[in-house]
Design a protein around this ligand. Sequence first.
Ligand code: SR1
Ligand code: MG
Length: 451
Amino acid sequence: MACIFGAFRCSLQGIAINQQHDMPAMIETPEGYAPQKPETLSAYLSGIDAVRSILGGAPEQWTIAEVGDGNLNLVFIVKGPEGGVAVKQALPYVRLVGESWPLPLSRAHYEHMALTEQARLTCALVPKIHHYDERQALIVMELLEPHIIMRRGMIAATEYPKFADDISTFMARTLYFTSDLALTADRKKALIAAFAGNSALCKITEDLIFTDPYRVAELNRWTSPQLDAYAARWREDGDLKVAVSRLKLKFLSSAEAMLHGDLHTGSIMLTPEDTRIIDPEFAFIGPMGFDVGAIVANFLINFFAQDGHEKRPGDRDAYRDWVLSTLEKIITQFREKFLALWRENPTGDAYPSSLFQGSGGEARLELERQAYMDRLWADTVGFAAAKMIRRILGLAHNIDLELIEDPDRRATCEARALTLARDMMVNSARYPTIASVTEAARRVRMDMASY
Ligand code: SR1
Ligand code: MG
């Protein structure tokens, strides 16, 4: 794997530190770097043969629109007479907050590296890359049409029959083949080294998911005054703080596999027939349950949010069933696929095959495989809970909940999600299976009439 850190070395020098999140007060950008605008992008793209031939025609015939609605980057859609491309460019700061929160451009490097690795492992489940420019922190990729962001599809109660199969394949293959179960120790250590520099993006997760929702933090927000008492309780809850700190320690120290790092339903574009996982700029080598937990959290949030979107009570009953039954399929299929990969590809230095040959060896190893998956599931439950809580009490929220206009209705959906999440985090042994989680979600929804 190529490592091209040269352009970013300057960003490590001469930085001051911002007190609130220990973040650098400024990021130096490589010479020549410039954030694109629709007016500048066609000249830039016309210099790239591969892109010119996809778009067709002359640059004057291309239409360019900036469409980024994410928290961090610029995103452009470019269309020509023959085709289109999507262009993603990192800004030297967090777009959601502004220049007061600097963020290294090197995240484009890690995104490109992760996309390349994910493409190798899952083929058609990620967008194709047409061009990568390290200095401009810019990736030109396949325009996914008529795909939409999954979160928007789920808010509109759209069913995706292929999704459970696709996302379980994506998670099983990317996590298994980058773990010590598949890699030799030297290759695994090289992978850890290749992603070790993505620390600024990890730090966002460490602060926004594992720390801020449990303390007074300037950027926290919630539906107020409805959830004021919840936010106050979260800051006083010792059991919850211990539980989230154990999860944070695991996130900081468990280098199990290459994670997508931000695998929520806003990082998935799809149609009922085709699924693509996008945006792996938070990729690093971390605990597998963090990725699986992101999917669990976002499905549960959407389940609770449906009450805020239905026109008449009961309108979304069938969709709620689809959300929870699909979540059950995802987790069941993920476990089956991961285990099958392990049985068929025992190529890593962990659990060497030579130790398990001979009488009873395979049976003993199979027992251990099941125990491994149970531990991974226990991590998943905790990480899912942390990801639900951060979307309700922290900085970055989900439109599943944010688009519910009536704050009382929204707060009721959010309070139910918080109640389940707290129990999942503090009493995770009560949730040994995905069925125990979906059953509890249904129970909390029925039992809690209001916030
Ligand atoms: C300041 S960035 C906030 C969030 O946006 C990304 O999608 C990640 O989830 C991050 O935590
Ligand atoms: Mg993103």
